[in-house]
Design a protein around this ligand. Structure first.
Ligand SMILES: Nc1ncnc2c1ncn2[C@@H]1O[C@H](COP(=O)(O)OP(=O)(O)OP(=O)(O)O)[C@@H](O)[C@H]1O
Length: 750
């Protein structure tokens, strides 16, 4: 016992030293920030922008150092050769640049996650440090090489436990706070392999519920930013999640890993300037998500390039010019052969037509015309209203919104553009002109934007000027970094990005999020099974290098346009060039609940990935029959109310969710309100509330200590994937209330 106490106080000394160094670095960054701010808003614009850039830099650094307070150091490796390495959230060195703490993402930390007794990888002992605040409260040793330990002179009496599972089980059993936490201290080997997988290409991570897909995706984003900082800092990383609630649920994780530069978005956010907050039946979204819609949009665009049936005669300054169908046909043909987007090709079409009309005009003059006079004639023709109308009818300038709105509001346009759809399917798409955009419209708007392009002469000139200015800024930033010695904090490109002399300086993430045509260095997609074929097309446009991490579970699909088969969805899009890896251990759900969920899913015909559970909890599955359907909502409210009152711990952690179909959820909310507990509906989910009422779709990706599932047969009727999702949300217990028979598989066969 005394030996362990000594070990604890030794570790405390080391941890104290690490926090002291952290405090020192924080103070240093704050001092630098204060002195930059003190300099005030004087000096040349170049001086000011340089100062702003440094202020942002130090603010970021202070924020980063603040974010790593909790569990700064969580591990130690004793190597066979006697070297000792502490592993933590970030890397720290002392003022002489001697390493004190190794960043968990560094190659030197990998053995902490991967080494096993069978493959010790030079490690004699792995030690987990358990901390509360800045205090070391426990140690846990994993002896991988007993002989190695002896040869390194370690006394076996100082070993603290030998299982290596305590830290993991403690993390898994902890009460939930409503926000996802990081798993740096306990990443498991199969997860680590995914996190550190190479940047190149598309990696699909398939895994059942609770196998850590979301956790792994986030840690991978942090790892890639660390390992490929130069590349990814400039182009950015995009993380796509299924809902705003989900993004709020995970939004603490990356900052706690020291990364703030990742753009997070739902698919509905991908089109800047459009708020896709409308909703529509799943069968409508399914039609909009089909791959064939790419042809429909393309056809709709081409149909706005058309030859008039009759000639149009226009009087200009006493002479007549004729917009002839055969001229229009030939000008359209020439413009199309340029293979440029509609609005850009239109510029060529108009120029061509005006040339032909000017020729007619000049012929009527009967004398030779000087080039400058000819230009004037073209200008006269261009500004003549009837000619403008005739040319617009032949080749209409279009916005994506205008094109799509026309398709949804004018049945004849949709019929012409979408012969592949049945009359019923087309009728499903119809809606009033003032209907709000829905998430399923976003990929179609994106498709249209791609085909339409913008009339971009001005934009291109601006882009050229920007590129030149930026090159000059990067060169200047390089010189600044050389003279200030801040090169370890930031790259020249990033600093240059902050040198914008007017307006607020934007980070890569901010610029990327505001630009539809931005291409990212890497894209991470969570709950990827829900994406439709059209959504994938829109997403892949944002990552031409196809460097992707795609995580999901094809058994949990609820969107009708989503996928139950990765190959069927991804092969046509990625031409077979993607790699699959599977996660197999459920870290969330108690074994008895996970097994029941798997049986139900298999009975419902879902493609379930085999998995084992990391832990079991006694009495985790509670089945309660309610005799009368009318009493179901009341019974669920009473039970949830009671559980929420009981499970919250002293620190306020502990969450209960009632999961039910939308109608039933509304009844439960009413019953809770009658008991004096008001629970908001819709997207206004309060993740910190001790009790929430959600549909399974809303609960996707989230987890709760206890789930009260109401009438599983009803949830199954909506979608088997929804029932599987609902059953696998709890970390401690699943209470099932039912008036109807339970679906097949619920109870274990004898
Ligand atoms: N190595 C680990 N150490 C500690 N906790 C872990 C580990 N791996 C996963 N977890 C925890 O298990 C829970 C489930 O993880 P996560 O939400 O990432 O799973 P998922 O596969 O995305 O689940 P779903 O498909 O149901 O959304 C989380 O609370 C996560 O923190």
């Amino acid at each position: 016992m005394a030996a362990i106490d000594n070990e604890l106080s030794d570790e405390q000394r080391v941890v104290d030293g690490l926090y002291a160094r952290l405090d020192e670095l924080r103070a240093q960054s704050r001092r630098r920030l204060a002195s930059v701010r003190r300099a005030g808003p004087s000096g040349s614009p170049q001086n000011r922008s340089e100062r702003d850039a440094f202020a942002t830099l130090y603010e970021d650094r202070v924020a980063q150092l603040e974010a790593v307070e909790d569990r700064l150091a969580f591990g130690r490796l004793d190597l066979r050769d006697g070297e000792r390495r502490y592993i933590g959230r970030i890397g720290l060195t002392d003022p002489d640049q001697t390493p004190m703490l190794t960043d968990w993402r560094a190659p030197a930390a990998q053995a902490f996650y991967r080494a096993t007794a069978a493959h010790p990888d030079g490690v004699a002992r792995r030690r987990h440090l358990v901390t509360a605040g800045r205090r070391v409260t426990g140690l846990e040793d994993d002896v991988l090489d007993l002989d190695g330990l002896a040869s390194a002179g370690v006394d076996p009496a100082t070993l603290a436990g030998v299982s290596g599972e305590g830290a993991l089980l403690a993390a898994l059993g902890a009460a939930r706070t409503g926000r996802m936490g990081d798993i740096v201290a306990t990443i498991q080997a199969e997860q680590d392999a995914v996190i550190r997988s190479e940047l190149v290409g598309a990696l699909v991570v398939q895994g059942g519920p609770g196998t850590g897909k979301t956790a792994v995706a986030l840690h991978r984003a942090a790892y890639l930013l660390y390992a490929h900082r130069r590349l990814l800092e400039r182009s950015g990383v995009l993380l796509v999640g299924p809902s705003r609630t989900f993004l709020r649920y995970i939004d603490q994780v990356l900052p706690s890993l020291g990364e703030t530069g990742v753009v997070t978005a739902t698919l509905a956010d991908l089109y800047p300037g459009v708020e896709a907050r409308g909703s529509e039946p799943d069968e409508v979204a399914e039609v909009k998500g089909r791959a064939v819609m790419a042809h429909v949009v393309a056809r709709a665009v081409r149909q706005r390039q058309r030859v008039p049936a009759q000639a149009t005669r226009v009087r200009v300054d006493g002479r007549t010019v004729v917009v002839r169908p055969q001229d229009v046909a030939s000008a359209i043909g020439r413009a199309r052969r340029l293979h440029r987007p509609h609005n850009q090709a239109r510029v060529s079409f108009v120029r061509d037509m005006l040339g032909r009309l000017a020729e007619q005009y000049v012929q009527q003059l009967g004398w030779d015309v000087a080039p400058e006079d000819r230009a004037e004639i073209v200008e006269d023709l261009r500004t003549t209203r009837e000619i403008r109308v005739a040319l617009n009818l032949a080749w209409m300038p279009l916005t994506p919104q205008g094109l799509l709105r026309d398709l949804w509001t004018k049945p004849h346009r949709l019929e012409a553009a979408a012969p592949e759809l049945t009359a019923r399917e087309r009728a499903l798409l119809a809606r009033p002109a003032d209907a709000p955009w829905t998430p399923a419209d976003v990929p179609l708007l994106d498709e249209a934007a791609e085909l339409l392009g913008e009339d971009d002469q001005a934009a291109r000139a601006q882009a050229r000027a920007d590129a030149e200015r930026r090159a000059a800024d990067v060169e200047y930033a390089r010189q600044v970094l050389q003279s200030t010695g801040a090169g370890d904090l930031v790259s020249a490109e990033t600093l240059a990005g902050r040198f914008a002399s007017s307006g607020p300086s934007l980070t890569t993430a901010e610029r990327a999020a505001a630009d539809r045509t931005w291409t990212y260095g890497h894209v991470v997609v969570d709950e990827a099974q829900e994406l439709s074929a059209m959504a994938w097309r829109a997403l892949l446009r944002r990552v031409p290098t196809r460097s992707l991490t795609i995580v999901g579970d094809v058994a949990q699909t609820s969107a009708a346009g989503g996928t139950h088969d990765w190959a069927a969805m991804l092969d046509p899009l990625l031409r077979g060039s993607w790699r699959l890896t599977e996660l197999t251990v459920n870290y969330r759900t108690p074994a008895v609940v996970a097994r029941a969920a798997q049986r139900v899913a298999v009975a419902a015909g879902l493609p379930v990935s085999p998995q084992t559970s990391a832990r079991d909890v006694p009495d985790a599955l509670v089945l309660a029959h309610v005799a009368d359907d009318a009493a179901l909502a009341g019974a669920a409210a009473a039970r949830a109310d009671d559980l929420a009152g009981r499970i919250q711990d002293a620190a306020g952690a502990g969450r209960v969710a009632v999961l039910a179909t939308a109608d039933r959820a509304a009844q439960v909310r009413a019953a809770l309100a009658a008991r004096g507990r008001s629970v908001p509906a819709g997207d206004a989910v309060d993740l910190h509330a001790p009790l929430v009422v959600l549909t399974p779709t809303q609960a996707k990706g989230l987890e709760f200590d206890v789930v009260v599932l109401v009438e599983p047969a009803e949830v199954l009727a909506v979608s088997p994937g929804d029932l599987y999702v609902a059953m696998t949300r709890p970390t401690h217990a699943l209470h099932v209330l039912h008036a109807r028979d339970l679906p097949d598989g619920f109870t274990a066969p004898d």
